[in-house]
Design a binder for this molecule. Structure first.
Ligand SMILES: Cc1cc2nc3c(=O)[nH]c(=O)nc-3n(C[C@H](O)[C@H](O)[C@H](O)COP(=O)(O)O)c2cc1C
Length: 303
């Protein structure tokens, strides 16, 4: 039987499969389908310092092999989370990532400060949302903006901090390097790819927000190549995601350099998608004679 343990910043995960942020609520929503303590980890829905209602509907559109979403950071705010949701999570035997977002650096820092004493293991800094003070581009698009936000957040954050990169950038390696040098303890990637769908009979965009973020199996080849590129240039751990639906998919991300993986959109298709990926990873390991899954991290053969 394979040992599925993996390590991130000195913290051991019982397996490399983490539920991705925004696709698993605050965990409890999935507890009738998934034994939450069997997961490697849970990345919670993005939290902002104040409650947000998100974007107008429609906010989701199906695409071939994926979905477009423009949920827009709907969440009850950090204080509500700490009072109402955190108590339900604290006894779970899994690793928790609090995903943090904001419109300004100050908003990120306020949220991080409030989370410093919460019993979560990691912060996942979501820098893929629009930066209002700089005109709506995301913080994650340009290396200089990444440096600024990560430096400021790291100064406040007392927990190991993964920076979640946006694929909507000219050079993902440059933003990853910027995050590492600004103090990130790890990198998670990818967030959704900017996309659009049009109802040609109504002659209108399908999403009320006009554009949205593409996720699901459609983006996996893009995500894999980005994880592979980033793994060549940084030496902090990587969590890979983008379209994972099977154990083989998870193994592909690990071979490309990810120490762990996240499963997002597939939870909306199969609520037990994370369990399927864990089972599939065991079967893959047995077929391949792998004793420790961590042994395959970054072991892609390119020659
Ligand atoms: C409906 C929806 C909501 C999401 N919300 C968040 C979020 O709050 N914070 C975040 O960092 N990523 C969010 N994401 C991005 C996912 O965590 C993940 O990075 C992306 O969807 C790619 O993985 P997947 O193809 O497995 O879904 C969201 C994705 C979807 C589909």
């Amino acid at each position: 039987m394979v040992n599925l343990k993996t390590e991130l910043c000195g913290i051991t995960l019982k397996n490399p499969v983490i539920a991705a942020s925004g696709c698993f609520g605050f965990g409890q929503e999935f507890s009738q389908y998934v034994n939450l303590s069997e997961l490697g980890g849970i990345a919670l829905k993005a939290l902002t310092v104040e409650k947000r209602l998100g974007n107008p509907s429609p906010r989701i559109a199906e695409t071939p092999s994926g979905i477009l979403n423009a949920v827009g950071l709907q969440n009850p705010g950090v204080d509500y989370f700490l009072a109402e949701e955190m108590p339900k999570l604290k006894d779970l035997d899994t690793v928790l990532f609090a995903n943090v977002a904001g419109s300004t650096i100050d908003e990120y820092c306020q949220a991080l400060d409030k989370l410093n004493d919460a019993p979560v293991d990691f912060i996942e800094l979501n820098i893929s949302c629009p930066n209002v003070s700089e005109g709506g581009a995301s913080f994650g698009m340009y290396p200089q903006a990444v440096t600024e936000i990560v430096t400021n957040c790291k100064a406040v954050c007392k927990k190991p901090m993964f920076v979640k990169l946006s694929p909507n950038t000219a050079d993902i390696s440059a933003t990853a390097i910027a995050a590492q040098y600004a103090g990130a303890d790890g990198i998670s990637l990818i967030n959704t790819l900017k996309g659009m769908a049009i109802d040609v009979y109504k002659q209108r965009p399908i999403l009320a927000n006009i554009t949205g973020g593409l996720s699901g199996p459609a983006i996996m080849p893009v995500a894999l190549s980005m994880v592979y590129s980033v793994a060549q240039v940084i030496d902090i751990p990587i969590i890979g995601m983008g379209g994972i639906s099977s154990g083989e998919d998870a193994a592909a991300f690990m071979l490309a350099g990810a120490s762990a993986v996240m499963v997002g959109t597939m939870n909306l298709v199969y609520p037990d998608a994370t369990m399927r990926v864990i089972k599939g990873l065991k079967e893959y390991s047995d077929k391949m004679g792998i004793k420790n899954i961590a042994d395959i991290i970054g072991q892609l053969k390119t020659k």
